[in-house]
Design a protein around this ligand. Structure first.
Ligand code: BES
Ligand code: MN
Ligand code: MN
Length: 458
């Protein structure tokens, strides 16, 4: 089976592929917000229908949360069986007023840097997951079959921490286990270097609320005699890092390994331009651990960040008040070796040990997923590297990813299979933000890339 006519088919079909993607993008499948539960279900149905129409044995699988979609195809026995993963859920759209177009009315837009697909989910992750579906479609259209056996696994809870994922994978382990998992939910390195992600950080979320007086107080009547939970919270937050950027939670770095020299050398050779990376978002100076390189800061070192704070009066004007409580949403990006549950316990101890008289704390746990480190000795990595280097202007690079995809680590721990992460997003795609976009060229070359990867894997 030859590749060239498959690539031609992809080129000819780009407009209709875009229309199909727009259909999926019109479904507001926001997984965190219960108001969109039915839409998540609709997105799952849409994928089941799409895959069934292509000849896959596809089904929607219920979970306590949003449904999974699983599908299986036919393929030769002498080639690897791959499981493709993507997520059909998207992030909330607020602040809505910052969108130039409604987030769920996708459009093809001309920009000074080329054509872009605009709308929530274009890059994260509907546009990316469709690159693989469209590559399969082209193979099937041209040759009537795929060069390797392909199964699909789509999730609708990735953006809310994948709460149903682990039990689902455990219960369906035999069905989901294949020779390798392919994940399309990451980006290129820079503008045109295709990237295979070999390490991905984990994520731990924890919400803390400091409680003080039994009710909000007049800050004149009680100010000076009452403890103020906002100040207590601020002090705890300030204590999280020392002046060199090192995290102060006890035992936090105990299981963090140093980056191996060969990987460090490989990363140094990538020529990452930190000033440009920061410049694009109005910054200039790397603000992480002072003794680390910029790429280490975002790829191989763990972090602690405050994602939101709420306390007292935040409306217009001014109100003199001592709030009864103060809340912060805190996240840790974790690296290989760190146990999210041990870190949660140590963090809680860190907070409790800083509470003054009359203050208490309540904790609300959010997602906990370990980091993933990929084993690149699997021959699929060489095959993919070749396929990607053939499609893009530059050879493919092995890179890290600062973001998290909970399933990435679970493939190894639950199903004992390797995962290969290849994606075509760009740094300026505005993931999770207003005006999310995906370059039309990334969509197009992404489809072609997967068509080539399938051929190489065979
Ligand atoms: N696709 C992203 C992960 C990602 C982010 C890849 C940046 C490449 C660059 C994924 O959908 C995501 O947003 N993950 C969340 C985790 C989740 C539990 C909300 C993240 O990293 O914050
Ligand atoms: Mn994603
Ligand atoms: Mn995301």
């Amino acid at each position: 089976m030859t590749l060239a006519p498959v690539l031609d088919q992809i080129d000819q079909d780009l407009d209709t592929a875009t229309e199909r993607l727009f259909d999926l993008l019109r479904i507001p499948s926001i997984s965190t917000d219960p108001a969109y539960k039915e839409d998540c279900d609709k997105a799952a149905d849409w994928l089941v229908k799409e895959l069934s129409d292509l000849g896959f044995e596809a089904s929607k699988r219920p979970t306590p949360g949003h449904p999974m979609v699983v599908a299986h195809g036919e393929g030769p026995d002498d080639a690897p069986h791959v499981l493709f993963y993507g997520h059909y859920d998207v992030q909330p759209v607020d602040p809505l007023e910052l969108w130039d177009n409604p987030p769920f009315e996708p459009a093809l837009e001309d920009t000074p840097k080329g054509k872009v697909l605009r709308g929530r989910g274009t890059s994260d992750d509907k546009g990316q997951l469709m690159t693989f579906v469209e590559a399969c479609r082209a193979w099937l259209k041209v040759h009537g079959k795929l060069p390797v056996k392909v199964s699909f696994f789509f999730e609708g809870e990735e953006e809310s921490g994948s709460p149903s994922l682990v039990p689902f994978m455990q219960e369906n382990a035999a069905e989901l286990k294949t020779d390798i998992a392919l994940i399309c939910d990451t980006g290129l390195f820079g503008e045109e270097t295709p990237a295979i992600v070999t390490r991905l950080r984990g994520l731990l979320g924890e919400e803390i609320t400091i409680h003080g007086p039994s009710k909000d107080l007049h800050s004149g009547m009680y100010g000076g005699i009452s403890i103020n939970p906002t100040r207590v919270l601020a002090k705890i937050i300030a204590d999280l890092h020392d002046e060199t950027g090192r995290i102060q939670v006890p035992h936090f770095y105990d299981d963090v390994a140093e980056l191996p020299d060969d990987i460090k050398a490989q990363w140094d050779a990538l020529g990452f331009d930190a000033s440009q990376f920061l410049g694009e978002v109005g910054l200039s100076v790397p603000a992480g651990e002072q003794d680390r390189t910029p790429l280490e800061m975002i790829w191989s070192r763990p972090t602690c960040e405050v994602n939101g704070i709420e306390a007292g009066y935040t409306g217009d004007g001014f109100k003199t008040v001592l709030p009864a409580q103060a809340t912060a949403k805190i996240s840790f990006r974790l690296v290989s070796g760190q146990d999210p549950f041990a870190i949660r316990e140590n963090f809680r101890t860190f907070v409790e040990s800083r509470l003054p008289e009359d203050c208490t704390v309540t904790f609300k746990p959010h997602g906990a997923s370990p980091a993933g480190e990929m084993v690149t000795s699997n021959p699929a990595f060489k095959a993919a590297q070749k396929a990607l280097s053939d499609e893009w202007p530059r050879p493919a690079a092995f890179v890290g990813c600062g973001g998290s995809i909970p399933i990435a680590g679970h493939f190894k721990t639950i199903l004992d299979m390797d995962a290969m992460l290849i994606g075509f997003g760009k740094d300026d795609d505005q993931l999770h933000s207003p005006n999310e976009k995906y370059d039309l060229e990334c969509f197009h070359k992404g489809i072609r890339s997967w068509a080539r990867v399938l051929a190489e894997l065979a």
